[in-house]
Design a protein around this ligand. Structure first.
Ligand code: ADP
Length: 201
């Protein structure tokens, strides 16, 4: 199973690049989306979260009460690990299920924290990093999410550095302030052809 792990910092352009692969018929498996669905109303993690943390952490609609969980994680050092012990194996199982069902010559797993989190690197054939300067990340996220500069910087501080990500990369898509959708598409076209070739070896 030939697979590409696509990663990059917040606002680097992961979703934009992933969409250009999808337009070529490549199946995307989105780890963030899977994690989110798990704690949405009726999500598979919710009964386990309710029994570990109590019904108070379940919102009236059956989703995780995120604000409440954030508060707990902030004040209780063990809470994050307890939550991850529930959620991580479920994410792993669901990503594997979707990867096995993907078909095609290769598929792409989009993992925002691939470089930061444990064994992801070992589970993909190649790591593709979308790279841009930190200032470009900040400008894009302020525009996209109406975040303040401080909010974006706080998120960036929790992620791997640009250098660490580049060091972990097998391939890089450059998406800086001079990049256009056309220049991204050209890079994706070249990579797609290379991946098809590698997948057939
Ligand atoms: P990520 O998924 O890594 O957070 P996105 O693909 O959502 O990043 O890109 C962040 C924001 O920046 C989006 O609003 C996207 O449309 C915009 N964007 C991404 N690349 C470019 C670019 N080269 N030029 C202009 N806007 C871009």
């Amino acid at each position: 199973m030939f697979s590409i792990g696509l990663t990059g910092g917040i606002g680097s352009g992961k979703s934009t690049v992933a969409d250009l692969f999808a337009a070529r018929g490549v199946t995307l498996v989105d780890a963030d989306l899977i994690a989110h669905q798990m704690t949405a109303p009726g999500g598979v993690a919710m009964p386990l979260i309710a029994s570990e943390f109590g019904d108070a952490f379940v919102a009236p609609n059956g989703a995780l009460d995120r604000a409440k969980m954030r508060e707990l994680v902030f004040s209780d050092d063990t809470a994050k690990a307890r939550l991850e012990a529930i959620v991580h194996p479920l994410i792993r199982a669901e990503t594997e299920r979707q990867r096995n069902a993907a078909g095609g010559a290769y598929h792409i797993v989009v993992v925002p924290l691939l470089v930061e989190s444990g064994d992801w690197k070992a589970r993909v054939s190649r790591v593709l990093v979308v790279d841009c300067p930190v200032e470009t990340q900040i400008a894009r996220v302020i525009k996209r999410n109406a975040f303040t500069r401080e909010q974006v910087l706080a998120t960036i501080a929790k992620q791997a550095t640009r250098e660490a990500r580049i060091a972990a990369a097998d391939d890089i898509v450059t998406n800086d302030e001079t990049s256009t959708l056309a220049s991204l598409d050209q890079q994706v076209k070249t990579l797609h052809e290379r991946y098809l070739e590698l997948a057939s070896l």
